[in-house]
Design a protein around this ligand. Sequence first.
Ligand code: GTP
Length: 160
Amino acid sequence: MKAVENMYRFTDFYHNEVTLSFDDHPFSRDPKHVWVICRYQNKWLLTKHKERGLEFPGGKVERNETAKEAGVREVMEETGGTVESIRYVAQYSVAGKGGTIIKNVYFAEIDKLTAQETYYETEGPIQLARLPVNVKRNMKYSFIMKDDVLEHCMKFIGKE
Ligand code: GTP
């Protein structure tokens, strides 16, 4: 991994090229994917994706919403969490075999968890006091937690 100005480049779990930046929307004003690092009652709030495993909630931006609105919706759908505050952290692009995706990372404070009838493609909320140090080698965790995006974003959030 090397830092080029405000950019970080590395490969993901599947060896796709990832470019991460903490600048304001460096790759697209209108990204189609979002990921939300959530904090609830002094713990991290994740979801358990049925196939991928444990991850922070997120997903695709729908046609009638902004990326931030998609973040708020995905947190509710996948964890039952009500977002009290949400702010932009970073943006990254992943160049995969099927094309390039661009994703906004947000940090959200959650003030209420409400049990949902469905958590869509997930099994719902998971609260953790700490993320394990070895996420990258932990089978319970999703591949989206297994590249350097997580580490850089957690450092950035911790510094503020
Ligand atoms: P649907 O089945 O339509 O939900 O989409 P998909 O499974 O094809 O995935 P999506 O369009 O969300 O992403 C396309 C590809 O981009 C995935 O297969 C991943 O390889 C990659 N990708 C998506 N999100 C992330 C991410 O947060 N991190 C990394 N490293 N890769 C991602």
